[in-house]
Design a protein around this ligand. Structure first.
Ligand code: TXD
Length: 311
């Protein structure tokens, strides 16, 4: 039996996610958008590319939620992207209405799907999907930490000129201004980054990663990044579908882990066929722990704004 993957939102991130899923042959795909014809058109175009990749994936497109509700995995990308000068939080209420409508429809799903949320502001939208669908927290994940980590790799590589395969790090916390680079866990070729790069320069690199999305938004003028975001979501899907037991930073509902509760926030998560099968508690330096608590507080402020709208 082939996996069924539903992708809601056939815009830049959604269509690129579909393309990468097809190239990796992760399953059949249903691409849904309120712009039905656009979703159908992109599905036909994508389908015609599969022969080049020897992929068995079938891609369909439209606006039929019955098709989404029969999927095992659902990636949610519907919503507005940022415009130059906008923060991710500026999207809060606009995208919440979209996410609420979608979550109520997914709630009718015959299966208990595994959901990866991409829509911004990421941690709040993941929380909304978790609360509205009533799915187990192992089945609702937000994609941000993987992307933020790879953005950090990119900037580290620009100064160290090393192979991408030698880098290891993790970005936790919110997908926003308070994201937390784990410098104490950042290794290049097995060596701590602090032994290779001066502290002020490390701070500059993490700042660049934190602003990585805004840099792209200001250059694109319309829309936001989508190649690396889609690749990051597909990395998560791949770990789940292929049961790889990989630890990746994902936004997940916390129930006391790291001293955090009742919000979704980026934490290290063990991904396998059970989804977010475990939140892995790793030892943080005091400065990292403080930064994570600050990040949790900033997410909580936003969550408090939408809690009254969940009913
Ligand atoms: O790291 C991350 N999590 C992110 C998040 C990285 C990059 C982009 N990120 C966010 O993803 C971004 O801020 C947006 O909130 C979403 C989607 O970004 P994308 O770049 O794909 O936006 P597009 O190209 O505008 O596509 C959005 C599509 C568009 O085709 C709309 O018609 C559709 O969403 N849309 C809907 N589809 C279904 N149902 C509803 N209600 C709906 N409303 C809009």
């Amino acid at each position: 039996m082939k996996n069924k993957i539903g992708i809601i939102g056939a815009g830049n991130v959604g269509a690129t996610t579909a393309h990468l899923c097809l190239m990796k042959d992760l399953g059949d795909i249903y691409l849904l958008d309120i712009n039905r014809d656009m979703a159908e058109g992109k599905a036909i175009d994508l389908n015609q590319s599969k022969y080049i990749f020897n992929s068995d994936a079938e891609i369909y497109g439209g606006d039929d939620y019955d098709k989404i509700c029969s999927c095992d995995f659902i990636v949610v990308t519907a919503g507005f992207p940022r415009k130059p000068g906008m923060s991710r939080d500026d999207l809060l209420f606009k995208n919440f209405e979209i996410i609420k409508e979608i979550s109520l429809k997914i709630k009718d799903s015959k299966k208990a799907p595994m959901i990866i949320v991409i829509t911004n502001p990421l941690d709040i939208m993941t929380y909304a999907v978790y609360r509205i669908t009533g799915l187990a927290r192992t089945r609702v994940l937000g994609m941000a930490g993987v992307l933020d980590t790879y953005r950090f790799y990119h900037y580290v590589q620009t100064v160290l000129n090393t192979s991408s395969k030698t880098l290891y790090s993790m970005m936790l916390g919110s997908h926003g201004d308070t994201m937390v680079p784990l410098i104490s866990k950042t290794y290049v070729n097995g060596k701590k980054i602090s032994s290779l790069v001066a502290e002020t320069n490390i701070n500059e690199l993490s700042e660049k990663a934190r602003n990585g999305g805004a840099t792209i938004v200001s250059l694109l003028k319309t829309g936001s990044a989508y190649y690396a975001p889609a690749a990051s979501a597909v990395k998560m899907l791949d770990c789940i579908i292929n049961n790889t037991d990989t630890i990746l930073p994902c936004s997940v509902f916390a129930k006391g882990e790291y001293g955090i509760s009742d919000i979704c926030i980026g934490l290290p998560v063990l991904l396998n066929i059970r989804g977010a099968s475990k939140i892995v508690e790793i030892g943080l330096e005091p400065v990292e722990k403080d930064a994570l608590m600050k990040s949790a507080a900033s997410i909580k402020e936003q969550v408090d704004k939408i809690n009254p709208l969940l009913a």
